[in-house]
Design a protein around this ligand. Structure first.
Ligand code: AMP
Ligand code: GLY
Length: 425
């Protein structure tokens, strides 16, 4: 019996739990803290995900064989290093990198320097601190607009500014270096703006080999037509029609392989998911960002298309047998529409009663993103509340299934984008 601990409480973790639950291998899933949707597949544990000592206790108490960390924050804070330091050889299989490698996501500068060392295509850039603010201002003068300013550290998805005017960019640079995003923006990366279409690819790697997971495109802005404020993501589709064989070959040879080889050359241990946020400019892929985890809501579409046994893939990470794994990917589409709370990504109210009709369509899944049970009632508990995912032989059929359920689910302040997937043929 394999005991598995999933850390996190969103739609991504719900999708991972559902995927593991289909494993042919005997298993028991635990989730910390999980959510009411995840509870269908897992026993929920309580304690803060920041309390690493309590996590070690859970690992001992439940004889955990595999820990999967969903979100980036515990990885950036060194959860995996802590488990290894406390448990040594007895540590479970850890799906998620140690703190040093997690800098691929937690430090834009670390990621940019890594890409530069390994000739991985990315936007041209320079880095600045308050000490060389004047040089930063001169660098802005040399660039074409728009100008992209990025806080080096994690800033809850808000640390990237795209300025349409140089004067605005200079002002923002100064504010960032003076602490607009706290210590995250003590160092700022200024980079060239790339105009193209974004999508993401994902691998599971043991640091030696990797398996390519289905690609996805997410919809980051709150408003239809991709307008308004950035969010965690308002929907996702997979597959991405423009990810043809030619582009796939380029992504593998110019981005994925050099990244895995680069980790190996630099002796950076990496076991876990690696998410490549890409942009295609005139047919050429560039890396916008690395994330050291899966995406949300991309996971809801990606894992729904993986027919391989996910638990078997995790076990192969320890024995370095990923190379011989057979990836079975469902050729059908999976689309995901996020149902959010009115007001998100700014202020919103929680604890709204959720009415979800009972469904008998096996093509459709309602993943829980921000929900909880209050007085025996399922209520909202976050900006992103539910993710409706549907499989279909075409994108249109899948989207139609999602939209049908999106109208049927009821709660006060329900908001969702009606244009997910329409921009890609
Ligand atoms: P990041 O946090 O690095 O993923 O950036 C957030 C979003 O900003 C990305 O998803 C892109 O839409 C946009 N972005 C970041 N860097 C660039 C760039 N160099 N050129 C164009 N858009 C960018
Ligand atoms: N949906 C984007 C992310 O998970 O980073």
């Amino acid at each position: 019996m394999f005991n598995i601990l999933i850390i996190g409480s969103g739609g991504r973790e719900h999708a991972i739990a559902k995927s593991i639950s289909k494993s042919q291998l005997p298993h028991q899933i635990f989730a910390l803290p999980g959510n009411p949707g995840i509870a269908t597949f897992a026993k929920l544990l309580t304690s803060s995900i920041q309390d690493f000592t309590a996590i070690i206790d859970h690992i001992h108490n439940h004889k955990i064989h595999i820990v999967i960390c969903g979100p980036e924050a515990p990885l950036a804070e060194g959860l995996m290093d802590f488990i290894l330091a406390k448990m040594g050889e007895d540590a479970p299989i850890l799906i998620g990198p140690k703190q040093f490698a997690a800098q691929l996501e937690s430090s834009k500068n670390f990621a940019k320097e890594f890409m530069q060392r390994h000739q991985i295509p990315t936007a041209a850039y320079q880095k600045f601190t308050i000490e060389n603010l004047q040089e930063g201002i001169q660098f802005i003068d040399q660039l074409n607009i728009p100008i992209v300013l990025k806080a080096d550290g994690l800033a809850a998805g808000k640390g990237v500014l795209i300025c349409q005017e140089k004067a605005e960019a200079k002002k923002e640079l100064e504010k960032m270096l003076q602490g607009k995003f706290g210590s995250a923006s003590k160092l700022v990366v200024i980079e060239e703006f790339l105009k193209g279409i974004e999508f993401s690819v994902f691998v599971l790697t043991d640091g030696e080999d990797y398996v390519l997971l289905p690609e996805a495109k997410d919809y980051k802005r709150i408003g239809e037509g991709d307008t308004g404020l950035n969010t965690g993501g308002m929907g996702a589709i997979s597959p991405v029609s423009f990810f043809n064989d030619e582009l796939k070959e380029k992504v593998i040879s110019k981005i994925i392989e050099p990244t895995i080889q680069g980790l190996k050359k630099e002796k950076i241990d990496y076991c876990g998911f690696l998410f490549f946020g890409l942009i295609v400019v005139d047919g050429e892929p560039f890396v916008i960002e690395y994330n050291v985890r899966m995406g949300d809501p991309e996971s809801e579409s990606v894992f729904s298309r993986i027919d391989s046994d996910l638990l078997d893939l995790f076990l192969r990470c320890r024995s370095h047998q990923l190379e011989s794994a057979e990836m079975k990917i469902n050729p059908n589409y999976c689309t995901t529409i996020i149902l959010a709370s009115g007001g998100y990504p700014e202020d919103f109210e929680k604890s709204k009663k959720l009415l979800i009709p009972s469904m008998d369509d096996p093509n459709v899944t309602v993943f829980h993103c921000g929900t909880k049970v209050e007085s025996n009632t399922l209520v909202s508990n976050g900006g992103r509340v539910l993710a409706i995912s549907a499989m279909g032989q075409s994108k249109e059929i899948a989207l139609q299934r999602c939209r049908h359920l999106a109208t049927e689910i009821q709660y006060e302040g329900k908001y969702y984008r009606r244009d997910i997937g329409f921009d890609v043929n």
